[in-house]
Design a protein around this ligand. Structure first.
Ligand code: NDP
Ligand code: 8X3
Length: 250
């Protein structure tokens, strides 16, 4: 039977690549983001392959999240796979120099936004006794690096929420797991450094970073395991990376 995946942050990077990979493999899509032009372009590209519905909402706004999920047409309303992907880093400063608005953004999007979407989607999964939730964490959720403070805290929270979801949903038929990437070249650093492209480019210079397609491929592997197999927590780095601070740059 054709499955339906709900992907947050589908307008760019890991979410967009996952949408493309899923479409190529026959998974219907609910694509979410705030940039409508990108949602429209992706829908046009992918609805040759599968059914696609787009939802434009800011994940920080709990009323908008609920309204968007409740608005799904019947053919998209049963979500089999939830990819909790929307998120970003905002700024990279010491704790003493950090910007409080950046902290709010990271905690509101990466943590509270993920919770709002999960809260809107999980009940129908529990009612149907099936579903698969993939939380996109990070190596930043497994360790802390200099000036990573609040971003790392937000991803540590995702790690805890992933564990908590799996514990609480045990016995309901809903699978829960996290994919935690290291350095992936997306718009992530452009957002983090507020459009400073030189600074963003430097993050991925001198080694081969992961491509968003690499993560999409892994996410597809995770969601296509037999029902009795749940990949609970997966960390993936570029070969050149050993930890957040150890990267073999030439
Ligand atoms: P991108 O910046 O390329 O994509 C981020 C996506 O999140 C966009 O589609 C954006 O859509 C969406 N998004 C951001 N803020 C909001 C919001 N307030 N409401 C709704 N959607 C929002 O980054 P990545 O693809 O790299 O990041 C995806 C996930 O992967 C994030 O959770 C990130 O923390 C994680 N990650 C990234 C790594 C990396 O090195 N790149 C490594 C480890 C984890 P729009 O702007 O249209 O709303
Ligand atoms: C993104 C990876 O190392 O830039 O989550 O924080 S890192």
């Amino acid at each position: 039977m054709t499955k339906t995946a709900f992907i947050t942050g589908a307008t760019s990077g890991i979410g967009k690549s996952t949408a493309i990979h899923f479409a190529q493999n026959g998974i219907d899509l609910v694509l979410c983001g705030r940039r409508q032009d990108r949602l429209d372009a992706l829908k046009e590209e992918l609805d040759k392959h599968v059914q696609v519905h787009t939802l434009n909402f800011d994940i920080r706004n709990k009323a908008s999240v609920k309204e968007a999920v409740d608005s799904l047409p019947k053919e998209f309303a049963e979500i089999d796979i939830l990819i909790n992907n929307a998120g970003n880093a905002h700024g990279m400063d010491t704790i003493q120099e950090g910007n409080i608005d950046d902290w709010d953004a990271m905690l509101d999007i990466n943590v509270k936004g993920l919770l709002y979407v999960s809260k809107a989607v999980i009940p129908q999964m529990v009612a149907r006794k099936s579903g698969h939730i993939i939380n996109i964490g990070s190596t930043a959720g497994k360790e802390v690096y200099p000036k990573g403070n609040v971003y790392c805290a937000s991803k540590h929270a995702v790690d805890a929420i992933n564990q908590g979801m799996r514990i609480d949903l045990n016995g309901t038929g809903v699978r829960v797991g996290a994919v935690n990437p290291g350095l992936v070249e997306t718009e992530f650093s452009n957002v983090r450094f507020k459009g400073d492209e030189d600074r963003a480019d430097k993050v991925y210079k001198g080694f081969q970073p992961l491509k968003p397609e690499d993560i999409a491929d892994i996410i597809h592997f995770v969601v296509t395991r037999p029902y009795h197999v749940n990949i609970a927590d997966l960390v993936v780095m570029p070969t050149a990376q050993a930890s957040s601070t150890i990267v073999d740059k030439k």
